[in-house]
Design a protein around this ligand. Structure first.
Ligand code: ADP
Length: 271
């Protein structure tokens, strides 16, 4: 927990805090649960390049990118394949270290951050939902969600209760004991959303969350993510190829030549 986040949430530095709205049934014996503040994202001049293979020139993917997302914002990020959308999400998620510029998420500067601080940031501030779910096939849905809280050091009984509650929230209580291979694509993605919420993230990042789902399952996942933004105030950034999904966001941005530009609305491009 960052001191900034503790202060913003009105608690002492280092006190635990989780979302009461997510876990109302966890019981009075648990620590006071405090809804986390949503994350504000401020990126300035972000540069990211991948090294070339066999003497080839490096590939400049992000090239002086600026981005502002207010706390509680909902942004859709579109752009052609290979334009750097996943790279940007990886940087915002603390999976890739920014190579230049400033990336401040929820008061944490990710540029130049120590690996240990980035790991803490990933665990405490961000929830990630991937196109391919990223679940462990040998674990049950319950265990997949519990694993995220286990890494954060939550005691066993509490993490069991928390995982069960989160799975109930995403409508999967009856499927908690099944492994991903016994679940539909939509159900797997809802387990992934529950897992992403396990440590009360302030920022939810979703990379093509409906890319592997049929229309109805995709809609359910999108409604789930949008509900977390609308009702719980989580900042939500969704990468998508789907114009209909992008149009639902508060703001739609395109990645062009390594920078973000305001996407033109459908009515602006007609005629
Ligand atoms: P998008 O999500 O918009 O499809 P990506 O961020 O995945 O774009 O990739 C941007 C570019 O960077 C692509 O040309 C891709 O091949 C390249 N790329 C992505 N990850 C790596 C990597 N780990 N090493 C080298 N090149 C990469």
């Amino acid at each position: 927990m960052s001191p900034e986040r503790d202060r913003a949430a009105g608690r002492g530095v280092g006190e635990t805090g989780t979302v009461s709205a997510i876990a109302p049934a966890l019981g009075a014996d648990l620590p006071v649960r405090v809804a986390p503040e949503a994350a504000e994202v401020r990126v300035r001049g972000l540069v990211h390049r991948y090294p070339g293979r066999d003497g080839a020139a490096p590939l400049q993917v992000l090239d002086g990118l600026d981005l502002d997302v207010p706390a509680g914002g909902y942004v859709a990020l579109t752009g052609p394949s290979g334009s750097g959308k996943s790279t940007l999400l990886s940087v915002l998620g603390g999976l890739e270290v920014p190579q230049g510029g400033s990336v401040v998420v929820h008061g944490t500067e990710l540029g130049g951050a120590h690996a240990r601080d980035l790991a803490t940031y990933r665990r405490q501030t961000v929830g990630f939902v991937f196109q391919h779910f990223g679940l462990l096939d040998t674990l049950t849905a319950q265990e997949n969600v519990e694993l995220a809280t286990m890494l954060a050091g939550v005691p066993r009984r509490r993490r069991q209760a928390r995982a069960a509650e989160l799975l109930a929230d995403v409508g999967l209580a009856p499927r908690a004991g099944h492994t991903p291979l016994e679940l539909s694509g939509g159900e797997r993605q809802r387990v992934a959303v529950a897992r992403a919420l396990a440590n009360d993230p302030a920022l939810l990042l979703a990379d093509e969350p409906t890319g592997n789902l049929d229309g109805a399952s995709g809609e359910r996942v999108v409604e789930l993510l949008e509900g977390l933004n609308r009702d719980r105030g989580l900042t939500l950034i969704v990468v998508t190829h789907d114009p209909a999904l992008a149009a639902r966001a508060h703001r739609r941005l395109d990645l062009v030549a390594g920078r973000v530009v305001e996407a033109r609305r459908a009515e602006d491009t007609r005629g």
